[in-house]
Design a protein around this ligand. Structure first.
Ligand code: ADP
Ligand code: PLP
Length: 271
């Protein structure tokens, strides 16, 4: 059987843990073939407390990358990460229609970990208007879920349920809200909602700071699972285990940051 082609439209994280680097590493671990359209190049400054700098790619260049990618056989699934501008969000929306894409995973990246303001608040509205009605699943963390649902910061599972209902009302088929490290308690709880049923996915909370790229890895794993024909629920269940293994194997990249290791799941399951 031919290998399944999958796409990420995302920013580049040169440190290798997050962004499109996380995505293609994860796609590869799942045995799928990853294509990338780069929207931003993110650099981090070790002389300046790891301050992030964003170098946006022109929307026209993103369009050319997408034309390259869609010039062959159809893709089985796609995900979006850091999109950066309304023009790029609109472009992605058009491409989903033009190529009749199914299995669309939207990771509504608004901040890099540790920050608490959306980089571009206007993009939140554009994601809601142009992407969510066309997406199979959206994968916000607690902060992003609060932004999408126009709620205050989410603190409890009850808050997560309320936000999930509001987000599905925006037109997306499924939402999975990642409680992760930020939810109080000793479990990392994620909540999947399809408009009628709530499903919880739980793992022991791992006490680590080395979880850079966990969100990207989780969304990329869902994307690859869908491409391989898993249901949404099974894709999320497998992505949860895949990401948890990655976090357990996280390591210090330098004194500022520690990425997950995308190869951990297969290493532990194959050896
Ligand atoms: N410390 C942790 N222990 C266990 N699972 C975690 C931990 N931190 C995050 N996760 C899980 O990793 C996945 C990504 O979540 P998160 O890190 O919150 O996303 P993001 O990178 O978008 O903020 C989710 O399944 C979440 O529950
Ligand atoms: C390009 C890019 N995308 C996404 C993210 C978000 O990463 P995470 O998966 O840790 O939330 C980052 C964080 O640095 C990034 O640089």
């Amino acid at each position: 059987m031919a290998v399944k082609k999958v796409l990420t439209i995302a920013g580049s994280d040169s440190s290798g843990g997050a962004g499109l680097q996380a995505d293609i590493k994860t796609f590869e671990e799942y045995g799928t073939f990853g294509c990338t359209a780069i929207t931003n190049i993110v650099t981090m400054d070790p002389q300046n407390n790891w301050q992030h700098h964003m170098y946006p790619v022109d929307a026209e260049v993103v369009r050319e990358q997408l034309t390259t990618i869609f010039s062959g056989d159809p893709l089985s699934a796609m995900k979006t990460g850091m999109l950066g501008s309304i023009n790029i969000i609109r472009l992605v929306s058009k491409v989903i229609d033009q190529y009749k894409m199914k299995n669309v995973v939207v990771d509504p990246v608004m901040v890099c970990k540790g920050e608490d303001e959306p980089l571009h608040p206007e993009n939140v509205f554009a994601i809601c208007d142009h992407l969510l009605p066309k997406a199979t699943i959206v994968t916000p963390n607690l902060f992003e879920a609060a932004q999408l649902s126009d709620m205050q910061i989410l603190r409890t599972v009850v808050d997560m349920k309320e936000a999930a209902k509001k987000i599905v009302n925006l037109g997306v088929q499924y939402v999975v809200i990642k409680g992760g490290n930020r939810l109080e308690g000793n479990k990392a709880i994620d909540l999947l909602y399809d408009g009628s049923e709530f499903t919880f996915f739980e793992a022991e909370k791992i006490h680590t700071n080395y979880n850079h790229g966990a969100g990207c890895t989780f969304a990329a794993a869902i994307t690859a699972g869908l491409a391989k024909g898993l249901s949404v629920k099974d894709s999320v269940a497998k992505a949860k285990v895949f990401t948890t293994e990655g976090i357990k194997a996280g390591f210090a990249f330098n004194r500022f940051i520690g990425p997950v290791w995308h190869g951990a799941y297969n290493k532990s399951h194959l050896s």
